[in-house]
Design a protein around this ligand. Structure first.
Ligand SMILES: [Mg+2]
Length: 403
């Protein structure tokens, strides 16, 4: 009678008897490049221009080298560069990149330990600096397996839908200029466009925004998807008023409608008073913040950005919770990184991209090779890792070596 369990146990490998001996890989070197390029103009959102009042594009590129000869590159939004001048990279030297779960926790632990105060590391900068390190680790692991990142993660599809973000406010830009801009996107093959609204602080009333959106809808026709991004520009009553005014323009989602200081609880009120699906999450730093946002039941679209915050390891956890909550993922920014992630999950919705080299010069300048976007679809191939090659001239031109 006791035979059956022992037979089962006999097939169970013991912890001290590994099935195969694998070579321990170690991270031996961390290199960090900080890219900056001034933008030609101010692309205004509701309350602030992209890249600051003296606008610039910014990017961190972290390269991890290993004793196995494989290197990985990870891109971050530019935050946390300073930490690498203060010893942050020491946390990963000597670690095995395949133990990414351990490395992630080790980096995150400093946000609630003594390091931020003793070493001058702000917790929010730690979250930013983790992102490119974590991405570079996935690049190493995928390359070691000879797989593109999306297949290494467990691929779901090899292409993802893409939208273009535009419709920024600019001094002297009226509806005719806006129409010319969006017609340009349609001519480039895009069938989904996100516009900026919420510009009350810049003198744009709800009615002004409505007229902009309506003119765009009339110009692009009924078959182009339109999303609206208020970039936290409204209070609750205004957001309710605006979302109801915009409803007849067939809006796919309304993004970050409410002011930064109170953007979770009132979302429930907004949800009860609008018929447009709500999107948010690009400002969440961790899965805990993302959880609070999703637990409101108010959002249909989660926009957690692992290029800016906490990396792929955290994004996957957010995406898992989103799937359990019937929420779709549409991450903020960075098509290279997020393209692979959206292709690795069943609840991936759509990828953000930028079709204007003045708005996002790095997408156009820093790669010799990158995933192809055609007719609002990004295509991934079987190149191991992220499948990119950097343009070394552009890296030299815009890059400052941090480490
Ligand atoms: Mg946004």
């Amino acid at each position: 009678m006791l035979g059956a369990p022992s037979a089962l146990l006999a097939d169970t490998p013991q912890a001290d008897q590994p099935l195969a001996k694998t070579k321990q890989v170690k991270i031996t070197k961390v290199e960090v490049l900080h890219l900056e390029k001034p933008l030609k103009e101010r692309f205004w959102m509701a309350n602030s221009p992209i890249g600051g009042f003296q606008p610039k594009a910014s990017r961190l590129i972290v390269t991890l080298r290993t004793d196995a000869g494989i290197s990985g590159h990870g891109e971050g939004s530019g935050g946390g560069a300073d930490l690498f001048r203060k010893g942050f990279a020491d946390l990963v030297i000597g670690e095995d990149p395949f133990m990414v779960g351990k490395i992630w926790e080790k980096m995150f632990a400093v946000t609630y330990g003594r390091e931020p105060s003793t070493r001058g590391w702000a917790a929010t900068n730690v979250i930013s600096a983790m992102a490119p390190i974590d991405a570079a680790i996935y690049d190493i692991m995928a390359k070691s397996a000879g797989l593109p990142v999306y297949k290494f993660l467990g691929g779901y599809r090899d292409s993802v839908p893409v939208y273009v973000t535009g419709g920024y406010y600019r001094e002297g830009k009226g509806i005719p200029e806006l129409i010319t801009e969006v017609r340009g996107y349609v001519d480039q093959g895009f069938n989904a466009i996100k516009l900026k609204v919420g510009g009350i602080s810049g003198g744009f009333s709800v009615e002004d925004d409505y007229q902009r959106v309506k003119a765009v809808r009339e110009a692009v026709g009924p078959n182009v998807k339109l999303m609206l991004d208020a970039n936290q520009g409204w209070d609750l009553p205004t957001a309710i008023q605006a979302s109801n005014r915009m409803y007849d323009q067939d809006i796919v989602w309304l993004e970050e409608p409410l002011h930064w200081y109170d953007d979770v609880e009132p979302l429930k009120q907004l949800k009860l008073n609008t018929r447009i699906p709500l999107a948010s999450g690009e400002h969440e730093l961790t899965r805990w913040g993302a959880r609070r946002l999703m637990e409101t039941g108010a959002i249909a679209v989660m926009q957690f950005d692992c290029n800016a915050h906490a990396g792929i390891t955290e994004w996957r956890k957010v995406a898992d919770m989103a799937s359990m909550s019937y929420i779709k993922m549409a991450p903020h920014h960075e098509p290279v990184l997020h393209g692979h992630l959206l292709a690795s999950i069943p609840n991936g919705y759509i990828l953000e991209s930028f079709a204007n080299p003045d708005r996002d010069p790095f997408w156009f300048e820093i790669y010799d090779r990158k995933p192809r976007i055609e007719k609002s679809i990004l295509y991934l191939d079987n190149t191991p890792g992220f499948g990119i090659e950097f343009n070394q001239k552009a890296l030299q031109q815009y890059g400052t070596k941090v480490l």
